[in-house]
Design a protein around this ligand. Sequence first.
Ligand code: CP
Ligand code: NVA
Length: 322
Amino acid sequence: MLNSYPLLTDDLGLSMRGKDLLCVHDLSLDEIYRVFAVASELKSELYQGIPHRVLSGKSLGMIFRKSSTRTRVSFEVGIWQLGGYGLYLNADDIQLGRGESISDTAKVLSRYLDGIMIRTYDHEEVVELAEHSSVPVINGLTDLFHPCQALADMFTAYEKRGTLAGLKLAFIGDGNNVANSLLLICAKLGVHMSLACPEGYDPPQSVVEMAKLDAAQSGAQLQIVRDPMEAARDADIVYTDVWASMGQELEKVERAKSFANYQVNRELMAIAKPDALVMHCLPAYRGEEITADVIDGPNSVVLDEAENRLHVQKAIMALLMS
Ligand code: CP
Ligand code: NVA
């Protein structure tokens, strides 16, 4: 299949082979659309039952320091559908959990594997892993970023709307890893983003600065506001995520108080465009950051986003590891 697979050729001089994916900012606009094009092709082939084993004989190691449903299953099934093999490596089960260094882990795993996906706390750990790996490293979520999620989300919006530049995304909630990656991808794609969060929960200034650099090129307008209604006004996409992310369990009660006015509910949706897409990376907590009628309602595309994690990550693996 590889030779007859046009989108994986380097015809446009856009080879991504061997690159890491640590942060959306690392990708050019062309590379983002290339991921979307390959994802679309792979999705269509899967639906038609056409085999696409472009990573036959290749292996992906998947290191997890945090829980996961979507990331784990979509990467594991994805590499299998591409003809490769995925190894689930719970950090506590490998020597990393007993203090083996990231650099030794990276060098050793590079001798066996063709790619490494990692989900962890400290983003610097992923940066260090990539520095010492000779195979591509893919960020499957850190405290700072969740690039695969943002790519799948924008691919979903692209499928639903046919165009991205000029849309408005309202993010209601914490300036967290998902919000950070959305800021970066919206800035690249020319999607306007208005993020409403309480004081003290803004995205890091360094991320905002990074996004502003790309926004100046794309024309995306990025704002951080306190009023959720202001953010949601005329939005094409309304997005939210949990109030307490993995690792913030002890802050759950305090955060529930801080975010009490930042719920995506019917009243907030009435301010957005009538056909606004409702997005959530999942897992969701109904009655907290979003009400059941909205997340389970007709505008919700949360299951499409979850499914598209599979197709987009297959595209990422195919482009980086083939
Ligand atoms: N959205 C997401 O990354 O889900 P998991 O935590 O289940 O992987
Ligand atoms: N912000 C959430 C996303 C989960 C996919 C977390 O980090 O727990």
